[in-house]
Write a protein that binds this ligand. Structure first.
Ligand SMILES: Nc1ncnc2c1ncn2[C@@H]1O[C@H](COP(=O)(O)OP(=O)(O)OP(=O)(O)O)[C@@H](O)[C@H]1O
Length: 253
């Protein structure tokens, strides 16, 4: 295991006129629960898609768990876990069949014990033989969280993991993410829930317009909340970099 779980240098991605990533540099040491924060359209999903071998950047380099996801996307996907935002498990499989399918794709022998532990942890034992199409939204999210961690990856990307979970399960999931990182794995959390990031993360990065603006350990904030810092960082960036847009917002021609 290296001491760097995730590293990017000059990562750039353009969609037509839109610059999604603008020479993004991030550096996440192994064992962090890293919060990746930024306003809508900041480039968070684009970053995760590149780091997990699902999208090719225009330029720049990346390394995740010792693998270059641009040069070796399949190997990168094998090494990591991914909880996508708004993902859906296959409708035609039961929950248990889906986990068996994931296990086979991941090259695992039997995952019955792990599945039982997850079903107990997230309280969905009674749904293991239900078709995924018949699950509630929260049950679907529990299923997707489980598949992301089933092969116990050393780096896992979780995009809005607490969506649709009830408060009791949210607490259990948060506790698990913390324990998982404390065990020496790396959890890369993309979220708009800044208070949750402040509570859980050992490090956060604030991005806007495809650039890393600030990185900090929320435990060093003192009286200031992470939400205050988020507003200040993003507002300053918005005011400073786009004078034309600021003038338009102020109604000037
Ligand atoms: N396939 C695409 N084609 C064109 N533009 C895209 C595409 N995917 C993303 N974009 C644009 O790239 C920018 C970054 O998008 P991205 O999805 O990475 O942001 P995000 O930080 O994940 O946003 P959100 O918080 O809203 O999910 C946005 O301006 C978005 O509109």
């Amino acid at each position: 295991m290296t001491d760097r779980a995730i590293e990017t240098e000059g990562l750039t991605k353009q969609y037509g006129e839109v610059t999604a990533l603008d020479s993004l540099d991030i550096d996440v040491p192994t064992g962090e629960l890293y919060g990746f924060l930024g306003p809508n359209g900041a480039g968070k999903s684009t970053t995760i898609n590149i780091l997990t071998g699902q999208l090719t950047p225009d330029s720049g380099t990346a390394e995740v768990a010792g693998v270059d996801p641009v040069a070796e996307p399949v190997r990168a996907r094998e090494r990591v876990g991914i909880l996508p935002e708004n993902g859906k498990p296959p409708s035609f499989l039961t929950v248990r069949e889906y986990f068996d399918f994931v296990a086979e794709a991941r090259g695992l022998d039997s995952v019955d014990d792990r599945v039982d532990r997850w079903a107990d942890r997230l309280a969905f034992e009674s749904k293991l033989d239900t078709l995924c199409t018949d699950l509630s939204q929260g049950e679907r999210q529990k299923t997707l969280i489980t598949q992301a961690f089933l092969h116990e990856p050393e780096v896992v990307f979780i995009d809005e993991p607490l969506t649709n979970l009830d408060p009791i399960i949210q607490e259990r999931a948060k506790q698990f993410f913390t324990t998982y990182a404390e065990a020496g794995n790396t959890v890369f959390l993309s979220t708009h829930f800044i208070a949750t990031a402040q509570e859980m993360c050992t490090r956060v990065g604030i991005v806007n317009r495809g650039k890393l603006l600030e990185e900090l350990d929320p435990r060093d904030l003192g009286e200031e909340t992470l939400l205050d810092r988020f507003f200040a960082t993003v507002d300053t960036d918005t005011a400073a970099v786009d004078p034309a847009d600021s003038a338009a917002l102020a109604g000037e021609e």
